[in-house]
Write a new protein. Structure first.
Length: 467
């Protein structure tokens, strides 16, 4: 049994239901569990490991609820394309993935996420050419020491059957279901503080059949794991589903059993009030990916309306080919700012309204505190975890620290919490995951970043050249 004591943080933000902000605060950790959160003067005097957090703001580790790690290999491609055109450009390149490519790209993406403050990430791997398997990315997460939800994705509806992906990129449904069960039985850790969990994740309504959606839902529920897919990302998807299935995306997946507190959907840009109410009523979660939605011009997800209705919302950086970065704190900033311009007011020219009401949006639509709550507790809820996302006794020892005396925050130290979200998003200085120091002084412990980037770039060049 080992103990760790973090003390003297300038400000410690718990993000729990009490929303405590503790000046000169600290944490006492036993093994991988938080035992005490309090002012430094109230903490034990002895521990195996001491961390002096003077000059830092400390908060729970950030939670990433949607990603495609392999896409770090194909950044900045199809720069001016909408979703369907972007996919059709990239599918042939992704068909060249290898097991090594999956592992190395996962290392790169997860390392970037860790340096942004992420301590738990999910990933949606839905293409499995050339012997690729889900364990090839799980190996990367285990090596880096990040908490990880691997979603066994799939595509079965090839172009010849009316789907979007090329036939070379899809699998048979029997093979998908067999490997999905194998992944759950081999890797899913059900215990509290489990470092690796598995969910089932048919890719999207335009790349799998209704039969696979139904069978995947049945298998996931029989195995006691969660379900994930893309949904209502663009108007093109609306048109596709109406033409092929005679229903809008949300109604279509709802008819297949894809709502409930064990389900979370990525994007959900094109939701109406009835669909938002359905998600709230059923406990269905949403992974909000603001940068990706802007990059592909998909639109602005109605997150304010979702939150007000009681929908569970977390953040996702989404694939590194539709975001081109992996900065989760930056994603919290984007989420906050985007909701401010998503709001509109209808007022007459003669009515007496404030300047804020005459603007195109609402500067009060989302603040820094709420953006960080979505990035922590919100993400934990979406992934179905009650052991991460807050700093409190009995929670996992996942927490991060950012130094406040930095150029990016100059002039903002009167409100350190706001500085994290309003100012330029910095890299994290300290990260503890499962009670282990994984980032120290801004560097991932034990990782040669330069060598990793060099290896990754060599694989990327081969894929882009078709070698």
């Amino acid at each position: 049994m080992s103990t760790l004591l973090l003390q003297h943080a300038d400000l410690l933000v718990t993000m729990d239901t009490q929303r405590r902000k503790i000046p000169d605060g600290g944490l006492f950790v036993r093994d991988n569990e938080i035992v005490q959160v309090a002012p430094t003067a109230e903490l034990p005097a002895t521990a195996d490991t001491f961390i002096d957090a003077r000059g830092m703001i400390v908060l729970p580790g950030l939670v990433n609820t949607h990603h495609h790690l392999y896409q770090t290999l194909t950044r900045c491609i199809a720069q001016d394309s909408v979703l369907f055109d972007w996919l059709e450009t990239l599918y042939p390149i992704w068909a060249r993935l290898t097991p090594e490519a999956v592992t190395v790209s996962a290392m790169v993406g997860l390392a970037e996420l860790m340096l942004s403050g992420c301590t738990t990430s999910s990933d949606h791997l839905y293409i499995y050419p050339n012997g690729c398997k889900i364990e090839h990315e799980i190996e990367a997460a285990v090596e880096l020491g990040i908490r990880f939800t691997a979603t066994r994705g799939s595509m079965s509806l090839g172009r010849s059957q009316g789907g979007l992906p090329p036939d070379s990129c899809v699998e048979s449904e029997a093979a998908i279901l067999k490997d999905s069960q194998r992944a759950v039985e081999t890797y899913h850790q059900r215990e509290r503080f489990g470092m690796v969990q598995v969910a089932l994740a048919p890719c999207s309504p335009f790349s799998v059949t209704g039969d696979l959606m139904r069978e995947s839902a049945a298998l996931a529920r029989a195995c006691g794991v969660r379900l994930h897919t893309h949904l209502a990302e663009t108007m093109d998807e609306d048109a596709f589903c109406l033409q092929k299935f005679g229903a809008k995306p949300v109604d279509y997946v709802a008819s297949l059993g894809w709502t409930g507190d064990d389900v979370w959907h990525a994007h959900c840009v094109c939701l109406n009030q009835n669909e938002i109410a359905l998600f709230a009523r059923t406990g269905s979660g949403v992974a909000h990916c603001p940068s990706s939605n802007m990059r592909l011009a998909s639109g602005i997800a109605p997150i304010r309306a979702m939150r007000d209705a009681g929908v569970k919302v977390g953040l996702g950086v989404d694939g590194s080919a539709s975001n081109d970065g992996n900065h989760l704190l930056g994603e919290a900033r984007q989420a906050m700012l985007l909701q401010r311009v998503a709001q509109t007011f209808e007022v007459s020219e003669t009515s007496k309204v404030s300047r804020a009401q005459r603007s195109a949006g609402n500067p009060g639509a989302m603040g820094a505190q709420e953006a960080l709550e979505i990035a922590t507790l919100g993400g934990a809820s979406v992934l179905g975890r009650d052991d991460i996302g807050a700093l409190a006794p009995g929670m996992a020892a996942d927490f991060i620290g950012y130094r406040l005396e930095r150029l990016d925050f100059a002039g903002a130290l009167h409100d350190p919490l706001a500085a994290l979200v309003f100012c330029t998003p910095p890299k994290v200085d300290l990260s503890i995951i499962n009670g282990r120091v994984r980032v120290q002084d801004g560097e991932i412990v034990g990782l040669d970043v330069a060598a990793l980037a060099q290896r990754h770039n060599a694989i990327s060049r081969r894929m882009l050249r078709g070698e």
